[in-house]
Ligand binder design. Sequence first.
Ligand code: ZN
Length: 251
Amino acid sequence: MIGIIGGSGVYRAEMLEDCKKEEIATPYGRVSLTVGSFDGKKIAFIARHGEKHSVPPHMVNYRAHIKAFEILGVERVIATAAVGSLRDDYVPGNIVVPDQFIDFTKKREYTFYDREAVHISMADPFCDEMRAISFKVLKDFEHKEKGTYVCIEGPRFSTRAESRMFKSFGDIIGMTLVPECQLARELGMCYLCLAMVTDYDVYGEKPVSNVDVKRVMAENIERIQRVIEQMLKELPEGRSCRCSRALEEAR
Ligand SMILES: [Zn+2]
């Protein structure tokens, strides 16, 4: 099964057939999700912020989401995100496939292993195989194949001084990648982030506002859905990456 996590603006997986809503009980809480199929593959879809976007980034129950995927047998996760750009050449409408992140979050539930010393490697946080497939799919779209995603706690946007600092080592900025990405790895899942640039954070002429983010996401929603659809078609049956072996040397 393949898991899709829809970020801001992506509240449904439009390509899914035979959809049904399910509620999955996990040790971290219940999760509402949609299960369906596409191109002969089974898909589970979670709206990260809820279908009506009522859950802010710092309150998302990341552990419950990833655990619910595991219970359903999800092995690979495609996640979307609305992000700010920290570079002039990463322009609104670009889809970035981040290859690194820097974590500036503060108070989230970061691990499934609170009673056991498990240290997974996050040197390369994203699935290589899925990234390579995404480049093939994205050749018809304005995109960037690399990017360091600075993840901040939110829910507020950055100050100008913070943005200046983040600009010196990051390419894009958002509020949700961590700990979602590392929780997936802790359970041996592949994880790919498709990040849609919606704004120039606060260093541009006009500081980012939530209205801008929503507008650019709405304008680009169809493209993101098409990319996800193509990704689902291109994903091979089996995995040939190292993600499933993440725990081998972690204990
Ligand atoms: Zn993988």
